[in-house]
Structure formats: C-alpha cells, structure tokens
Design a protein around this ligand. Structure first.
Ligand SMILES: CC(C)(COP(=O)(O)OP(=O)(O)OC[C@H]1O[C@@H](n2cnc3c(N)ncnc32)[C@H](O)[C@@H]1OP(=O)(O)O)[C@@H](O)C(=O)NCCC(=O)NCCS
Length: 194
C-alpha cells in the first residue's frame, strides 16, 4: 500500500537490518512500552521466527505492567520512504482489531487496547510527513478488513499526533484518562471508513 511519499511493507528480511539498527539506537515500535531489548534478543536468536511472529496471528503480548494478554488480530507495516532510497526505513505502523467468533471484525476493542492504530517514526526522520502519509496508507487496509471506523487515541499533549489524525479525517470524540496506562489526559478520535 502506498501514499506517495511512503509505502507500507510487511516486515521482511530486506528491511530487517535497518530495523535492527533503529532498535539498537533506542527506538521502540511500541509507544506504550520499550520493546527494543526483547525484539533484539528475538531477532538474534531466530530472525525468520521473529518475522513470522510479526506477520502471523495468535500468541500473547506483554503489557507495560508485565501482564500477558491474547494478541488481537492485526497487521504490522514497516514504513518505507520514497524520497530516501538509500536508507528508506523510517518507522512502523500497526492496525489491530477484534473479531467475533465467526472471524468477522467487530468495531469494539478490549479496554487495554486504546486504539486500532499505532505508529512511530524514527526520531531523526520526524517532521517529513511520514506518519501522516503512513496513516493515510493504512486506512484503505482497515476498510478492506471491514472495519466501519478506526479509533485512534493520543496523549493530549502530543500535538504532532493530533495533527496527523485530524489531517486524516479524525473526528474528535472525547478526552479521557486510562488509569491502567497512567494519569495523562488522552484524546480519542474516530476516522470513519464508510
Ligand atoms: C508523533 C510522530 C508519529 C510524528 O511523526 P512525523 O512523521 O514527524 O509526523 P508528520 O511529519 O507526518 O506530521 C506531523 C504534523 O504535526 C505537526 N507538528 C509536529 N510537531 C508539532 C508541534 N510540536 N506542534 C504543532 N504541530 C506539530 C507538523 O507540522 C505536521 O503537520 P503539518 O503537516 O500540518 O505541518 C513521531 O514524532 C513519533 O513517532 N513520536 C513518538 C511516538 C508517538 O507519539 N506516536 C503516536 C502515538 S498516538
């Protein structure tokens, strides 16, 4: 999936060295928890298994408090910048959703999942429009999956993320606090897909 300045790629062997470089530099693809150390260890032990895990379904994920929950169905996409042919890996975006027992997507999310979409850009590549383009590029995938809207939340003081969501048609729903993740005020948006 491409939106001009970026294309979204399923995690693969070609981009893995750049991904490792970003983890080694301290970047984490998960905004709620630093997963760099455990991902580096997993890649060193079994790179193909690591990639298969990112691209697969099922299993557990660990939350920031150490508890483990079932992993939702989802896709992870690595963000490849068109204007950086030599070192094009600039970040990661993921989409997750819940399914009913028949395997159909349902719009709701468990309480520990604050939104359908999460994204992070490598700090040295921020400010180039990559996250905005990546969100635009993932929305058709969400539509194809059958979601009627995506819910996205961000910290109230994350001005860049608010702008990214609003530029992509985000409709402000409410501000809220998710005590499980801390006392910060957060903002919830919906992007309608129908
Ligand atoms: C937030 C983050 C995703 C932004 O990525 P990015 O690629 O730099 O974002 P973009 O360049 O696509 O767009 C940022 C927009 O916010 C604006 N912006 C950036 N910093 C801003 C600030 N401090 N105040 C106001 N606007 C700001 C930019 O001007 C741009 O808007 P514009 O296109 O109208 O000019 C990136 O910094 C990041 O990964 N941060 C850590 C993880 C995170 O916060 N993820 C989001 C979780 S909801």
């Amino acid at each position: 999936m491409s939106d001009g300045i970026v294309s979204l790629h399923a995690p693969g062997r070609d981009v893995l060295p750049a991904y490792v470089g970003a983890l080694e530099a301290g970047w984490s693809p998960n905004t709620m928890r630093d997963v760099a150390p455990e991902q580096l260890a997993a890649i060193a032990a079994d790179p193909e298994g690591f990639l298969a895990g990112l691209n697969g379904r099922g299993g557990k994920i660990r939350l920031h408090d150490g508890s483990e929950v079932d992993r939702l169905p989802g896709i992870i996409r690595w963000i490849i910048a068109a204007d950086r042919p030599e070192r094009p890996f600039v970040g990661s975006i993921n989409l997750r959703w819940q399914e009913d027992e028949a395997g159909n997507p349902v719009p709701g999310l468990p309480s520990h999942v604050l939104g359908h979409v999460g994204y992070t850009i490598l700090p040295n590549h921020a400010g180039n429009g990559y996250a905005s383009a990546a969100l635009a590029a993932v929305l058709p995938e969400a539509r194809t999956i059958g979601l009627p809207f995506v819910k996205i939340t961000c910290d109230a003081d994350n001005t860049a993320s608010r702008r990214i969501i609003e530029k992509n048609g985000g409709r402000f729903i409410e501000s809220f606090v998710a005590p499980f993740y801390g006392p910060e005020e957060r903002l919830m948006y919906w992007i309608d897909l129908q």
